[in-house]
Design a protein around this ligand. Structure first.
Ligand code: LLP
Length: 413
């Protein structure tokens, strides 16, 4: 399902909780992202409940959507944050996340980022490189930090069932360390007196089509750490899928939990979900600027484009498109943006009502990897972000639409 308890029609008008999408669009303009905090928290709580039998802590993956309002409400609900840059650590801290509940991951952390993370006293480093360990050791020593918690990231050499761009656990990927390298590191722990090797980390991909590769990867990780009793934490990464098509069935959070709980029962477990928490809590509202008939096709040209939501262009990702107001007449159309790229297509061959200039359409399931991947390409202004409060009754602008002045802010001439 793509509609849910928060995003639904009421008498032919699209609502996000108790808020009319049309009203938000009329007040804030388009394109605009809108997120339901209620749905975000519902997804978070569902995950927590599914893994409740284990000693679990959820670190929400900020790369999916790092809007401060979302980080704050998840942090208030008890989540930590999974980060991959100094910028994400900074955002998490600004959102009042306890630094001890911040994980810093990433295949290419810079020296500056490592120094910053240690200075901020974050909870964990997920490490993917032997040289990175040398630098963490040096930085910890220089900053007089006795023990930095490290989880070594295993590349389990399993191929996830997902889009190749977001599959990370196969041998040829740049991610993680092989089992042999991890064993080598653990045998030489004395080289790193300021590092505590307390965990193992995995993340085999995003939008995982089934649980099999995850189970295999966890089995490999458990076997690998068996001889090292000080490693009590397994960080499972993210990857739980969400449906993007109306009729799509994806393995549920609960089914992932059911398969994994028996394997993980003797460990503390960290999870790094991003998409499964925010994707279906967000929409992108756009307005039809033109209707064009050409080469036997109908194009709805909207003010939303690949600059605001790149997923369809980059991964050929499918997002359902729905009208803000239901109306009659069925037409097969392409929904495209104004950007000067043939790839700037939000959706192809979709059946939508006959629409006119000024009508609004919504891109569904846009809460994850939407705004965070938005750019200023074609000198477009990045869109506004609106949040609907956790009780579902009120809304506010969480990030203003960019202005022309914003475009020039960092230019010197
Ligand atoms: N942990 C690690 C180490 C990751 O690399 C990722 C995502 C996550 C957690 C969160 O995964 P999730 O629960 O969201 O699947 N831009 C792409 C997705 C890239 C995912 C990158 N890593 C997309 O739009 O589909």
């Amino acid at each position: 399902m793509v509609f849910n308890s928060s995003i639904h029609y009421l008498n032919g008008d699209l609502y996000i909780d108790a808020i009319s999408v049309d009203e938000v669009a009329n007040q804030v303009g388009t394109p605009t992202y809108v997120y339901s905090l209620k749905r975000v928290l519902e997804n978070y709580n569902r995950l927590k409940t599914a893994f409740a039998q284990l000693d679990t802590h959820i670190h929400y993956s900020a790369k999916a959507n790092s809007n401060l309002a979302i980080l704050k409400s998840l942090s208030e609900a008890g989540a930590g944050v999974d980060t991959v840059s100094m910028g994400e650590i900074y955002r998490a801290i600004q959102a009042c996340v306890d630094p001890q509940h911040i994980v810093f991951a990433g295949v290419g952390k810079t020296r500056q980022e490592i120094d910053y993370a240690i200075q901020q006293d974050i909870g964990w480093f997920n490490v993917e490189n032997v040289l990175e360990l040398d630098y963490i050791q040096a930085s910890a020593k220089a900053q007089n930090v006795e023990a930095v918690n490290v989880a070594l990231r295993l590349n389990p050499q399993v191929t996830a069932n997902t889009h190749p761009y977001i599959s990370t656990g196969h041998g040829g990927a740049k991610f993680g360390l092989t089992a042999e390298v991890i064993e080598g590191i653990l045998e030489k722990q004395a080289k790193y007196p300021n590092i505590k090797f307390a965990g193992i980390h995995l993340h085999i991909g995003s939008q995982l089509g089934d649980k099999d590769a995850t189970i295999q990867a966890v089995e490999k990780a458990v076997a690998l750490i068996q001889p090292y009793p000080q490693i009590r934490t397994i960080n499972m990464g993210g990857g739980i899928p969400v449906p993007y098509h109306f009729d799509e069935e994806t393995p549920s959070i609960e089914s992932f939990a059911q398969s994994l709980v028996p394997l993980l029962k003797d460990y503390a477990v960290l999870l790094e979900p991003g998409r499964s928490i925010v994707a279906d809590a967000g929409i992108l509202i756009t307005e039809v600027q033109y209707v064009k008939q050409q080469a036997g096709q109908t194009f709805y040209i909207t003010d939303g484009s690949m600059a605001e939501l790149i997923r369809p262009s980059l991964y050929q990702a499918h997002h359902e498109i729905v009208p803000v107001k239901k109306s009659d007449g069925d037409l097969t159309v392409n929904i495209v943006g104004p950007v000067c790229e043939t790839a700037d297509v939000l959706a192809k061959d979709r059946v939508l009502p006959e629409m006119n200039v000024g009508d609004k359409v919504v891109v569904m399931t846009a809460g994850a990897y939407g705004m965070v991947m938005a750019s200023n390409y074609n000198a477009r202004l990045r869109p506004a972000e609106v949040v609907v409060s956790a009780d579902g009754e009120s809304w506010s602008v969480a990030r203003k639409r960019e202005t022309l002045e914003d475009l020039l802010r960092h230019e010197m001439h």
